[in-house]
Design a protein around this ligand. Structure first.
Ligand code: AMP
Length: 465
């Protein structure tokens, strides 16, 4: 059954350059596509920023009542894969299948588990050929000696997403220079076979697909010619996403391929965007050896998602300290959930503010600021939360955690708390039976372990240290 009370989610749409309410094409269902990695190496923290953003966004949409189908492509054949294969002597298929597995391992370690399907480009050759054939039939593509190209001039709105003009295309990465192109900015749909490269059959001879066509072929086979949200890092806006729009519009006649286009900002290191080719990067795998997944997610989400974020070790440490405060307040709330003391903390207030921040262009930075404010209030009460307030605070922490994945569950403090509570209930039982020597012994054992106990009219309170 489709939900009737889906929340209003406003997000910045790169296409319209406005904050817009998400209205799905099919009631209650959101189809999300995000450009996945080229699997020729381990991913770095910059890639992780984009994948954590869309994992969190998918979870937020789910928490808001939508049924989300999240599709991601995997570029498993590319010049970069072939270069690694040539350099290492490892067959290209082994390079891409190994790094696809490593990518999945990284995503699992990072708590990214919202993707429904990872679609490898090489498994969609029929769909790719079919799209190129239709582009040729409609006069949007032409064949040369070295490939098949998209005739960009035929697509007059090219540049609508990015606001960039065609003459801004810089020949270089992923723009194939070719003498035979009608216009230098025309992009490749099919690369004809070169010696030593893998190839697939096609009406234009053996070869392999260009980069842009794999995404539209994959999304068309899952979603048809239009879907709800397309995401990726902002480096993909131009020309990659423009090319996707051009290809699909030429095929289907529908305007924009996706209704909402969402782009994440860069993770920078030094003066530049973190990138493998520039050599300024930290592998996610390495970061996970030093930091927990929660610390990494908190750092990556503690910024406006569309702005650039600078990585330095100092900034990362400061971010870990802020997270420690939130974790500590969460543990304290867990420890105090069964207590019966008076308290004025109003968690409904914090939860509704947090939901407001998420509805307002997925403002995770303000969510964390609000959690820190709530944590300070929990500390001010000395952790002496009571019944409803503690469970309300826990509900707020857990609402955020289910979406953003920043809290350690069952951490030492909360496990300890539950064990101490259990022992205190046992002590209570001995006291009820007037077996004071056993109840005192339990008290002594706890105190020897650093747990201070205070009995008063409202019950037993305890504190570590
Ligand atoms: P790639 O494997 O280069 O296609 O990148 C995979 C995803 O990571 C794409 O959505 C890129 O936009 C994104 N990405 C790459 N570098 C960064 C960075 N430094 N910061 C944020 N996202 C990035």
């Amino acid at each position: 059954m489709s939900p009737v009370n889906s929340l209003i989610v406003n997000i910045y749409n790169t296409l319209t350059r406005r904050l817009e309410e998400i209205v799905p094409m099919k009631r209650g269902r959101i189809r999300l596509f995000v450009c996945g990695p080229t699997v020729f190496n381990f991913i770095h923290l910059g890639n992780a920023r984009t994948f954590v953003l869309f994992d969190s966004l998918a979870k937020y949409l789910t928490a808001s009542g939508y049924e989300v189908f999240y599709l991601q492509n995997i570029t498993d054949i590319d010049d970069k894969t072939l270069k690694v294969a040539a350099q290492t002597g490892v067959p290209w298929q082994d390079v891409s299948s190994r790094f696809f597995e490593e990518y999945l391992r990284d995503m699992k370690a990072l708590g990214v588990d919202s993707v429904n399907v990872y679609a490898k480009a090489t498994l969609y050759m029929d769909e790719i050929r079919s799209q190129i054939r239709r582009l040729m039939n409609r006069g949007y593509a032409y064949e040369t000696q070295d490939g098949v190209y998209f005739h960009v001039e035929k697509f007059r709105d090219m540049g609508e997403l990015s606001g960039q003009k065609l003459d801004k295309v810089v020949p270089g990465s992923r723009v194939v220079p070719s003498e035979q192109k009608i216009n230098p900015v025309d992009f490749v749909l099919w690369k004809k076979h070169k010696a030593g490269e893998p190839s697939w059959d096609s009406p234009w001879g053996p070869g392999r697909p260009g980069w842009h066509i794999e995404d539209t072929a994959i999304t068309e086979s899952f979603f048809g010619s239009m879907y709800d949200i397309h995401g990726g890092g902002k480096d993909l806006v131009f020309p990659h996403h423009e090319a996707e729009i051009g290809q699909m519009r030429a095929i289907s006649g529908k305007k924009h391929l996706a209704r909402y286009w969402i782009h994440g900002g860069y993770l920078n290191m030094g003066a530049d965007k973190m990138s493998k080719s520039a050599g300024n990067f930290i592998m996610l795998r390495e970061a996970l050896k030093k930091y927990t997944r929660q610390q990494i997610r908190f750092f990556l989400l503690n910024a406006n998602y569309a702005s650039d974020l600078l990585y330095t070790e100092e900034l990362f440490k400061a971010s870990c300290e802020a997270l420690d405060r939130i974790q500590h307040a969460y543990d304290m709330a867990l420890e105090n959930v069964d207590r019966r003391e008076s308290n004025t903390l109003s968690t409904g207030y914090y939860l509704s503010r947090i939901k407001g921040h998420l509805d307002n262009n997925f403002d995770t930075r303000s969510v964390f600021a609000t959690l820190l404010e709530m944590s300070s209030e929990i500390f001010r009460t000395g952790g002496r939360l009571q019944g409803d307030s503690a469970s309300g605070a826990i509900e707020t922490f857990q609402y955020v955690d289910n979406i953003l994945g920043i809290l350690a569950q069952g951490s030492a403090a909360s496990d300890t708390g539950r064990i101490i509570e259990g022992i205190l209930r046992l002590r209570e039982e001995f006291r009820r039976r007037k077996d004071f020597s056993t109840s005192d012994m339990i008290r002594r054992i706890l105190e020897d372990s650093g747990v201070r106990i205070e009995d008063d009219a409202s019950g037993t309170k305890w504190k570590i240290g």
